[in-house]
Design a protein around this ligand. Sequence first.
Ligand code: NDP
Length: 503
Amino acid sequence: MNIAVKSPTPPAVSANVKSWLAKPKKLLIGGEWVEARSGKTFAVEDPATREIIAQVAEGDAADIDRAVVSARKAFESGPWHRMLPAERAELVWRLGDLLAKYGDELAEIETLDNGKPITHARAVDVEGSAGMFRYMSGWATRLTGETIPVSSPGNWFAYTVREPVGVVGQIIPWNFPLMMAAWKLAPALSAGCTIVLKPAEQTPLTALRLGELIMEAGFPAGVVNIVTGFGETAGAHLAKHPDVDKIAFTGSTEVGKMIVASAAGNLKKVSLELGGKSPAIVFPDADLDTTVAGTASAIFFNMGQCCTAGSRLFAHKKVFDKIVAGLTSEAGKLHLGHGLNRETTLGPLVSEEQHRRVTGYIETGRKEGAEVVVGGSAVGNRGHFVAPTVLAKTNRDMTVVREEIFGPVVCVQPFEEDDLDNIARFANDTEYGLAASIWTQNLTRAHSLARMIKAGTVWINTHNWGDAALPFGGYKQSGWGREMGKEVMELYTETKSIGARLV
Ligand code: NDP
């Protein structure tokens, strides 16, 4: 099957986004937009065309220091410190409303910066981010402690209160730039923390537009500080900063381990959302149409650049050929193109580095004996496009089965057994534990297997689904802690016990 980039040329960028891109992109520190201390900037490219679309301030350690001072000041004194929970809730909700109001513009910026199809950017990234702020706003007024019946001799009144953890550093990746900012900022703000946010160097733009909306919403100066720059400089300095109380990170497991080591200096709290190698397990009784479309989307959505991507597909021998044929056909239906074209369903990978990494993995797969059923190469001659790829004849020892590829590449394997213990064993045969999906109409099998899989999320007859109310995070090397839902508030609050002797 010949897969090509069908619409590489974008339509004209809207006038308001064009003029926004042309303006200087500075750091948000203490409520002001400022240049990096060094005066340096870096270029941001459109990954579909490789054209430079903006120059952004290159913050480093000196700028992180300034941002932490401003976050500390805003946390310890001033209007944020004195604000009532309902007032915080109102601000966080208002920010969600502003995201919805400027949704078209945010989606356009996200697509230009990251490459993702604009229809996805609008419906998933922007709507999901607006929804996250609105959902999380509700927790500001619901952070309750408990009264505790103690058994110590005497007359005691004991209770707990929940308090914001303090100054929080947040380091986010490039696959869902706006949404990752929302996932991190929304609960931290509702809890009453102040923040220094470091976006990924590949995709800093929507975070900067979000910074403008944060100021428009009326958050006091210094509550949210945004320092664009590089991981090795700005990110590393934030992770080890002695005046940061907590660091929240999403990205590679490799950098996650470095964050843990850096955080040890002042024993700051750490939460990590890392990689995955999620299995999709297809039983013979699964609804075939739903399963083919669902497992294709599990790996091709966002060009496979999802930490939860269904990258290991296990199909029962009875349906294996049909599933592989279905995936191949779905791959052929994808419309590769510039994300701003509304018919595009598969954009480029985010960067040259990611393109090299993903095509390198495909080559390694070939050398190790995998069969390329469809795709298997770079496509187009301008952007970082990779064809949607199905690899068969794969096994547990292959690099492509063991390591996170983070591209539109699925490894398919047949299985014969019906014993759920064995099935759980191969599903769990990975150092990761982020997500899994089970495709069957048998409820007993689905829910029994769901409990046997070591992953933070298990889907039944769907994949890559989530809701702001549902906790999300990883077992094993996929991370520490849970984002979203009620559980995320644990990450951004401390519990204080108060014991009073009643005399
Ligand atoms: P990284 O883990 O390097 O990047 C994630 C974030 O961490 C970015 O903001 C990055 O900054 C920052 N960072 C990098 N190095 C450091 C450091 N030493 N200290 C503090 N912060 C740092 O991911 P990559 O972009 O290199 O992608 C590599 C692989 O990681 C992907 O192929 C994929 O497998 C995985 N990944 C997983 C994600 C997930 O959602 N779980 C998301 C992204 C990647 P900057 O980019 O500015 O240098």
